[in-house]
Write a protein that binds this ligand. Sequence first.
Ligand SMILES: Cc1cc2nc3c(=O)[nH]c(=O)nc-3n(C[C@H](O)[C@H](O)[C@H](O)COP(=O)(O)OP(=O)(O)OC[C@H]3O[C@@H](n4cnc5c(N)ncnc54)[C@H](O)[C@@H]3O)c2cc1C
Length: 449
Amino acid sequence: MPVSDRSSWTHTAGPAPQTPPLAGDAMADVVVIGGGFTGLTAAIRLAEAGADVAVLEAGDIAEGASGRNAGFLVPNLAKADPATLMENFDQQRGGQLAKSVAEAGDTIAEFSQRHDIECELKQSGWIQPVHAEVARDATYRRFEDYKAMGRPVAWLDAGAIKEATGCGHYVGGWIDRSGGTLHPVKFAYGLARAAQRLGAHIHSQTSATAIENDGSNWHVKTASGSLSTRQVLMCTNAMGGGLRADLTSSILPLTIHQLATEPLDAGMRSKLLADGQAMSDTANDLFTYRLDGEGRLITGGMAVWPFGDASGLGRRMIRRATKFLALDKTPRIETFWSGQAAVTTDFMPRLHRLADGLFAGFGCNARGIAMTHILAGALADLTAGRSEEQLPLPVTPVRPVPMAKLAGLAPHMWLAHGRLKDTFNRITAGSPANSRSNQTENHQGRKPC
Ligand SMILES: Cc1cc2nc3c(=O)[nH]c(=O)nc-3n(C[C@H](O)[C@H](O)[C@H](O)COP(=O)(O)OP(=O)(O)OC[C@H]3O[C@@H](n4cnc5c(N)ncnc54)[C@H](O)[C@@H]3O)c2cc1C
């Protein structure tokens, strides 16, 4: 199975909005570089406030991570729980950020409705099953944090997790019912159309090649023209194609693979996240899955060795899904693709003022649907002159990761180590995945995984 240059989502999204390339020179109040969730949401926020906005996208709309992700609407950060946010930031900012993240599902649902964005958004729940006893306490504390915030969460025992996910090897878990799923490319197209309705000019197939300042204005150069402006937002997920090497070297670019199977038959579907939820477990070698609107199984994975042919990884991913979900037969893979997530060393998003009138926001650490919305709001607020103290994230200096190229291998080394740890935890804790007593038929007549 070769790696496709397009995600499954691009095949099911319907027609893209008309976004003609930039031709000639023009002016705008704000120029946004990057046509992903961050750039398009920022364009809406700016245009709503009355600004004349131009968006430049090097490829097609949602060419980057926004069109390649799994579409999980997750109302929390991967590694920073509310308590950690309070510790890392002052009480007020930590509290504000924790609240914004926890409410992101509701906020994005309301935003999509208000802007008439049809993207199959379902607040059907995001489930985090616990892979082994060793992870139970920390996950329970996490659940309690969100419960204390009044979020619609529930703790699920192993039976309830199995009932919901089809997986029998988890020891428990929790659900946040305000999370769920959406169709990421439809979401991006909807954002683009909403921005256009508000007057924004969006130019795809238009790469920003340079950003220059003449002392009073910024000039964003492209091969086919230029845009002059007072303010520029870099929403390139730190992968600016050489525009700002310092941003690129301040993150760890993490390649994540996803696959979509052929649509599963109705019998199989009814046993798998039948209410349209998404699930990501707590294992170091994370297992995630959901179904798309037509019943394709979407699951993700990462390679320990990130170079060369990835088809072995595709085979591993589908074998794992077949086993974990106790499927009767291995579904055929329809599309296998990859994308790059911007991971930061502390797993926190970044907001930068690179110069007067030049800002950047990125580093969503695979929580992009929630975090890009928050980042885009903060970027729009910065251009409007809002005080940095009032933003949910601090504006920090750019800090390149030491030996960035080599450091980029670190997540893959952690994965190798993590797989060993997962295996060790299962064996030593005797999790149900390995315990003899559990190797029986479950109530659905399938072997538990
Ligand atoms: C495989 C994968 C799965 C994921 N799954 C999830 C998930 O299920 N849920 C979730 O919440 N998050 C998920 N994420 C994270 C999420 O997709 C990202 O955080 C989010 O899409 C980032 O959006 P963005 O707009 O900042 O960046 P991008 O979507 O990457 O957009 C940046 C854009 O900038 C453009 N660009 C770059 N340089 C230039 C230039 N010089 N000129 C013009 N344009 C330029 C690029 O072409 C690109 O389109 C996942 C990420 C990956 C890779």
